[in-house]
Design a binder for this molecule. Structure first.
Ligand SMILES: Nc1nc2c(ncn2[C@@H]2O[C@H](COP(=O)(O)OP(=O)(O)OP(=O)(O)O)[C@@H](O)[C@H]2O)c(=O)[nH]1
Ligand SMILES: [Mg+2]
Length: 363
């Protein structure tokens, strides 16, 4: 994803977190400055912009080292956050169920632990400079131990959630109902599609990470066959590693699904990069070999080759969306208007038909 596009996405994340964006800056450098990430000239520019815009937080689109964050905060005299911290903050405000809350808290602690060390090291260095050994080290040990205990506790609780989920899955398998899991970039329309297909009250919103909890609904196909459709947390580029590992219990649903339905926002200017991010995230979760069917959503927002906007379902086949190899042959739908869903249902019937056969052959 181009830097400007990534910065635009950071702006949307900031808005989702309740901030409003008053300015932005982009710098091209061979390497980030080890001390302040941006160079000193750019830093002065950011400082100067405060008089004009009155900003109270500065967000960086890349991960900052703990020491960089501290130096930036003292140079700018405002709170400085990086993309990971912002995403963690959004997740924390979105967590609605106990499962999501446990996983977010684990991710937060795992993100904070090394930073805590960085903050204390910073203090220790200052104390070292005046030749004394302050209370820093013992305080650090105490904090670390407490956080370590909390992390262990959270992991135990999450393990219990995982076992519970595994039990549910086993019951489903015994019933022989195939499972389709929705995956996709955040805001692609996964929850909207779940709602359109199942008539479920999934929470859909024009926010990033509207969904954190997997919601499962039964969908009945035209031939009478049923399958379970599971909504899940969306992916995003530069997702903090701690979040992915903390959300294993939720994401395990993907590993046992018969089919992954990859929802792609056909109107996104960053479509190719978003598809690549989703595939890379799936690979990172060890799911590269899973069967994936792509579907292009938001067909109502597309334009026809002659430049006129799509006006009805009948226009959909004439839209030519430029998609990467992985999304070739994907159906174009509109979850919002319910367009193209009959074709999608037929496609799912076909895909699940072959998975049922494969499933029967498995031990
Ligand atoms: N125009 C248009 N908008 C859509 C369509 N489907 C979803 N949207 C909008 O896109 C936004 C995101 O939809 P969601 O269904 O919440 O997307 P999601 O993939 O579940 O997002 P997260 O849970 O945040 O990862 C909402 O504002 C929806 O109304 C569609 O077919 N057409
Ligand atoms: Mg959602």
């Amino acid at each position: 994803m181009a830097a400007a596009e990534s910065l635009r996405e950071l702006g949307r994340l900031a808005e989702t977190a309740g901030a409003s964006v008053v300015g932005q800056a982009l710098q091209r450098r061979a390497h980030p400055d080890p001390a302040t990430f941006v160079g000193s000239g750019k830093l002065r520019e950011i400082q100067a912009a405060r008089a004009e815009t009155g900003y109270s937080v500065v967000l960086f689109d890349e991960q900052l080292a703990p020491a960089q964050q501290l130096r930036l905060e003292s140079a700018l005299d405002v709170k400085v956050l990086d993309r990971s911290a912002l995403i963690l903050d959004i997740f924390a405000s979105r967590a609605r169920t106990r499962e999501a809350a446990l996983q977010v808290e684990l991710a937060q602690h795992e993100y904070l632990l090394p930073r805590l060390r960085g903050q204390w090291q910073h203090l220790e260095r200052m104390e070292g400079a005046i030749g004394s050994r302050g209370p820093g080290e013992t305080q650090l040990e105490t904090d670390r131990r407490l956080i370590g205990q909390r992390i262990a506790r959270l992991k135990r609780d999450i393990e219990q959630v995982r076992r519970q989920r595994a039990l549910h899955r086993r019951r489903r398998t015994q019933q022989g109902i195939p499972v389709v899991a929705l995956v996709g970039y955040t805001n692609a329309g996964k929850s909207s599609l779940l709602r359109a297909l199942a008539g479920a009250e999934a929470y859909a919103a024009d926010e990033l990470f509207a969904t954190l909890d997997p919601l499962t609904r039964r969908v009945v196909l035209p031939g009478g066959e049923a399958f379970l459709l599971t909504d899940t947390v969306g992916f995003i580029q530069k997702l903090p590693a701690q979040l992915i590992s903390a959300f294993r219990a939720t994401l395990e649903e993907l590993a046992t699904a018969d089919l992954l339905l990859h929802v792609v926002d056909a109107t996104s200017p960053a479509l190719a990069a978003q598809v690549a991010t989703v595939l890379a995230t799936l690979a990172g979760l060890g799911l590269a070999e899973r069967r994936v069917v792509a579907v292009l959503n938001k067909g109502d927002g597309c334009v026809l080759p002659d430049g006129t906007p799509v006006a009805s379902e009948a226009d959909l086949p004439r839209v030519d969306v430029q998609v990467p190899e992985a999304a070739r042959g994907a159906l174009l739908v509109s979850a919002l208007h319910g367009w193209g869903l009959d074709a999608l249902r037929r496609r799912l019937t076909f895909e699940l038909g072959s998975s049922a056969t494969a499933g029967a052959a498995a031990p």
